[in-house]
Design a protein around this ligand. Structure first.
Ligand SMILES: [Zn+2]
Ligand SMILES: [Zn+2]
Length: 159
């Protein structure tokens, strides 16, 4: 990673070898997808080796959408139904495409592959864990992340 990237990224740098597999969908069910992660999201799956901390992300997009996000490798996320129902939204340097369901408006995740490539990392997808089939905030480990807030350019809107 280049030196202008904040020190602590909102994802684990090493896999624990213990995997969690998850089903996700938007509110109306038109968009469905799966992901796998190591470490897993939930304590009960982790075999004591630690869980993936979900980012309560301080970026301007997550602040406004109330999203809780994780950043698995792109290859570990599979869109299984309804990709044609996705709309895209980009802002700032347009490195990231935020994806949401055209029908119900749920923010499902972001295609951030280009951004990670520019940072010298394997491409990752942003996934909004509020779309988990069995979403239960109490079972997640959530950590406030200022990471994206520190990434230029600073968010502003034109008058
Ligand atoms: Zn939907
Ligand atoms: Zn964010």
């Amino acid at each position: 990673m280049s030196s202008d990237v904040p020190a602590e990224p909102p994802f684990p740098l090493e896999e624990t070898g213990i995997w969690g597999h998850y089903d996700l969908h938007c509110h109306c069910g038109a968009v469905r997808y799966t992901m796998k992660m190591s470490s897993p999201l939930f304590e009960e799956e982790s075999q004591g080796k630690g869980v993936w901390k979900v980012a309560d992300c301080a970026c301007s997009w997550c602040e406004r959408t109330g999203s809780l996000v994780v950043h698995p490798f792109e290859e570990n996320v599979t869109w299984t139904r309804g990709v044609e129902n996705l709309s895209k939204y980009s802002f700032g340097n347009k490195n990231v495409e935020h994806l949401f369901c055209k029908n119900c408006g749920s923010f499902v995740g972001s295609d951030s592959g280009d951004m990670f490539k520019k940072m010298g990392s394997k491409p990752r997808t942003v996934v909004n864990v509020r779309m988990l089939k069995d979403f239960d905030m109490k079972k997640l480990t959530i950590k406030r992340s200022e990471f994206m807030k520190q990434m230029p350019p600073k968010y502003s809107i034109d008058d």
